[in-house]
Design a binder for this molecule. Structure first.
Ligand code: S3P
Length: 170
């Protein structure tokens, strides 16, 4: 299957990191989680960046990280939910790589995220479920530009198998 890197995009709670970890293990690739990389470089959590420096500052970090990772082989890159919706980031990270968008039913996303809304600054609102639905609607076209992998009702193993099948068919 070569060493072409794989980029996983998709809304929060669609399983990018979990799927990415297993995919990386299967391919013997390195897993890079862009949120974790940003936290390491910034020396603070994503929530702290949003709170102290503002969302625009976080988006600048995402741009910097996309530049840094562009063109690197043998990576599985689990991106933050909006990173690939930025045209420049998508052009940079998408070039020469396989990009897949993980999708899930809104109800699944809401229940998966319920336990960890504290880690998602965009969902630190009075009605997180409503926010999930409105963000999904806002981003539908953006996510729609990438090949979609359904995660609802499927095991991580099944999802990884589908990604591997897609890659070997390319
Ligand atoms: C965001 C998704 C988060 C993180 C940040 C913003 C978004 O990543 O980058 O909270 O705008 O969708 P995950 O998709 O890994 O939760």
């Amino acid at each position: 299957m070569g060493t072409t890197s794989i980029v996983l995009t998709g809304f929060m709670g669609t399983g990018k990191t979990t799927v990415g970890r297993m995919l990386a293990a299967r391919l013997n690739f390195e897993l890079v989680d862009t949120d974790l990389l940003i936290e390491r470089k910034a020396g603070k959590s994503v929530s702290a960046i949003f709170q102290q420096d503002g969302e625009a500052s976080f988006r600048q970090w995402e741009k910097a990280i996309s530049c840094q990772l562009a063109g690197k082989p043998a990576l599985v890159i689990a991106t933050g939910g909006r990173l690939m919706l930025d045209e420049e980031n998508a052009a940079r990270l998408g070039a020469g790589n396989h990009v897949f968008c993980l999708v899930a039913e809104p109800e699944d996303i809401i229940s998966r995220l319920a336990a960890e809304s504290g880690q998602r600054p965009l969902l630190a609102v009075d009605n997180p479920s409503e926010r999930v639905r409105s963000l999904l609607a806002e981003r539908a076209l953006g996510y729609g530009q990438f090949p979609q992998i359904q995660t609802s009702g499927r095991s991580v193993d099944e999802i990884v198998e589908e990604v591997l099948k897609c890659i070997s068919a390319i």
